[in-house]
Design a protein around this ligand. Structure first.
Ligand code: COI
Length: 352
């Protein structure tokens, strides 16, 4: 049984003993941990005080805005256990700020950056025993913001809930650094201009499931969506951003409102610039993707994953992968910083 919240927060040595998990078998499936953080407020008010509570089911009215109208946002970030035993978060303020932006778009109050980071820290500390040992994975942190109040007509909910829960995770796709095979979806779209593709609303994810399920049934790892306006330009994979490399120039779709501004995307751009690469954020026609030397995906869950092949309208092209690939160099630097094995000159990690 999980220790009480009081025990968890009062006894600083709590959490030193690791949870009973086979750390070598971690994938990206939910492993429930001991505690979650909850904070509520009414419409027109600010969030004030939240609490750690035992992880478990939550009660919602059948008329809750999140259930009926999808008024909700989520975030994803990770905590790492370093070789010296310290636990660090990676750029949590970026997730906090993105949630604020998204909340504005979805007409929700949002926790302040400080409240968000404090809630994340408290949740990680209370679930410390679930942070995988160094090199075995990370503790994935899932903040949720939702219209939890009841509403029948289409309108902002009268009450909001901010929740943070966690799960230890390993690789999102099967196999460490194994190249994935993508298929370009040329009929269904993920986001539309002036829609909500640029914020992390829960409503952006169910619409990818049809294409994703079909792709998986054909043996592909994931789906790459094209822009809805012209159907000519690459946008985003269902759970991550995409980069192409051609003649050592790294390009990624610009964030023009239909693409999620990924924290890993942004970090990889900075790392690449620091290495001296030319990086372009722009519109990328699908033809350029098919002509690239290398393709890779980035995301909090995915980290940096090489793409082995892309199939578009029945044509399959293969890309360079392996130790010589640009993605490998960028990935090694990013994960080195995250795990503390490389000095964090960027100031991205936050010790808790
Ligand atoms: C993340 O990378 O944190 C995400 O939000 C992707 C998620 C859909 C698995």
């Amino acid at each position: 049984p999980a220790p009480s919240v009081q025990e968890a927060t009062i006894h600083s040595n709590y959490g030193e003993k690791n949870a009973d998990v086979n750390w070598d078998e971690l994938g990206f499936s939910l492993i429930p941990t001991d505690y979650m953080f909850e904070m509520k407020c009414f419409q027109g008010e600010d969030f004030s005080q939240g609490n750690l509570i035992p992880y478990g089911k939550i009660e919602l009215s059948p008329a809750a805005a999140i259930l009926n109208y999808g008024q909700g946002l989520f975030e994803g970030l990770k905590a790492y256990r370093r070789d010296d035993g310290h636990i660090v978060l990676f750029r949590p303020e970026q997730n906090a700020m993105r949630m604020k932006m998204g909340a504005e778009r979805m007409c929700m109050p949002s926790p302040s950056v400080e409240q968000f980071i404090d809630a994340v820290k408290q949740t990680v500390l209370a679930n410390k025993r679930w942070v995988p040992p160094p090199g075995k994975g990370s503790l994935y942190i899932r903040p949720l913001l939702m219209g939890s109040g009841s509403i029948l007509g289409v309108a902002p909910a009268p009450e909001y809930t901010f929740l943070v829960y966690t799960s230890p995770v390993g690789n999102y796709y099967k196999g460490t650094g194994t190249p994935i095979n993508l298929i370009v979806e040329d009929k269904l779209h993920r986001a539309t201009p002036s829609g909500a593709g640029g914020v992390k609303t829960i409503a952006n994810y169910a619409p990818v499931l049809q294409a994703l399920t079909q792709a998986k049934s054909k043996g592909f790892s994931d789906v790459l969506f094209l822009d809805a306006k012209t159907g000519q330009n690459i946008e985003e994979v269902s759970a991550c951003n995409i980069f192409i490399v051609k003649d050592k120039i790294i390009s990624t779709p610009a964030t023009l409102g239909t693409i999620l501004p990924g924290v890993t995307r942004k970090s990889i751009i900075d790392i690449a610039l620091d290495f001296g690469f030319q990086v372009e954020e722009r519109v990328i026609p699908v033809e350029e993707l098919m002509d690239a030397d290398e393709v890779f995906c980035t995301g909090t869950a995915v980290v940096v994953n090489p793409v082995g092949s892309v199939t578009y309208q029945g044509i399959r092209v293969e890309y360079k992968t392996g130790v010589e690939a640009v993605s490998q160099k960028l990935s090694a630097m990013l994960t080195g910083i995250q795990t503390g094995r490389i000095e964090d000159k960027m100031g991205w990690t936050v010790e808790i």
